[in-house]
Design a protein around this ligand. Structure first.
Ligand code: SAH
Length: 343
């Protein structure tokens, strides 16, 4: 069976050719899937009945089901827990800003990366999401709220660069003029630092924002909390980032989750400023979200602002991320874990 919502328009054209259909049928099918969000081939009324039947026999149309939906009373943030066609669960979080809706999406069921502070990785890795499952999170959120998703952040469950081919295909589909037509400028991709894929991405010169989860300033500390650092050291990661900005001229966003007593000292702020000195960057300081198994605590507010002050005084642009959806546990991975634990 073809996963037809994961197919590019070009591939649909090839499929139509195999089925002895004119090329324009591919555009029609693509529109039904990615603009009208048809749930079945029966709905595709401008296709001949014989073709609809044939497609129904050879293709599946991926659907997600909303398993749970939590709405924050504080700020309207919506957290979705979806059931995938095989019964697995993933999460998306819709954040409402003045400039539009921003959706945080998952790229894998679980994660292999093993970051010490992250809930998404605690139960291990199950499988990659298909391009259509990644895309469908965007379509579902828009349909459920009746509002356009204007920004996408790939910061949900999973490591996007560990599901690289499917993520690339998602990036192509989501920006297709015949589909959602979302500019890559409105999309961020966050990685723990899969260096070889960062080089590959640089060659593609996409206009997306690359976010790097850095979280530590020494290899010793980073390797302790992020196992990926044992494979690629901070220096190798930052070298790849430099190459990325050279190629794309896009500013890189560095994520730094402040954990009390672990990575939040003034000295570490100075080290971070030194590491990033002279690069095209922005630092996003995140008070770490408490995850039961990890036991890490948020840095106190004063310490977070002191950390930020050191960075800005050294010419590094840094902001502190606002917490959204605090009452619905909107940090990624937590709802899925609850669902899995219940089963
Ligand atoms: N695997 C990717 C994307 C998913 S995680 C990555 O590592 O970037 C999205 C962001 O949330 C990352 O910056 C990650 O390090 C951060 N994160 C994970 N657990 C967190 C926690 N408990 N508190 C704060 N940030 C966390």
């Amino acid at each position: 069976m073809y996963d037809i919502k994961s197919m590019t328009k070009k591939e649909l054209e090839q499929l139509m050719e195999q089925l002895d259909q004119p090329k324009f049928r591919a555009g029609q099918v693509f529109g039904w899937l990615h603009q009208k969000h048809a749930l079945s081939f029966d709905e595709m009324t401008n296709l001949p009945a014989s073709l609809r039947e044939k497609l129904a026999g050879e293709c599946t149309i991926t659907r997600l089901e909303i398993c749970r939906k939590l709405v924050s009373e504080l700020d309207g943030t919506i957290k979705y827990l979806y059931t995938l066609p095989d019964g697995e669960h993933i999460e998306s979080v819709l954040m409402r800003y003045e400039h539009g809706n921003s959706l945080c999406i998952s790229s894998q069921v679980g994660c292999k990366m093993g970051c010490a502070f992250c809930a998404s990785t605690k139960a291990g890795f199950v499988r990659n999401l298909t391009p259509s499952e990644i895309l469908e999170q965007v379509y579902m959120a828009a349909a459920d709220t009746g509002k356009k998703v204007s920004n996408i952040v790939m910061m949900g469950i999973g490591e996007p660069l560990d599901n690289y081919q499917n993520v690339l295909r998602f990036l192509e589909l989501v920006s297709s003029p015949d589909g959602l037509n979302l500019s890559h400028r409105h999309l961020s991709l966050s990685t723990c630092g899969i260096v070889d894929k960062i080089y590959d991405l640089a060659e593609r010169n996409l206009q997306l924002t690359l976010s790097i989860s850095l979280h530590a300033t020494s290899n010793e500390k980073r390797s302790e909390i992020m196992p990926i650092n044992r494979r690629w050291k901070i220096e190798e990661l930052l070298e790849a980032c430099r190459h990325y900005t050279d190629m794309t001229h896009r500013r890189i966003s560095y994520e730094y989750a402040l954990i009390a007593g672990v990575n939040d000292s003034k000295k570490q702020a100075e080290e971070l400023a030194a590491l990033l000195h002279g690069t095209l960057c922005h630092v996003n300081l995140i008070p770490v979200n408490y995850v039961r198994e990890a036991g890490y605590e948020k840095s106190p507010k004063e310490r977070i602002f002191a950390f930020q002050k050191v960075l800005t005084s050294k010419g590094i642009n840094a902001t502190v991320r606002r917490t959204l959806g605090a009452d619905i546990n909107a940090a990624c991975g937590q709802l899925r874990r609850e669902a899995e634990n219940r089963n």
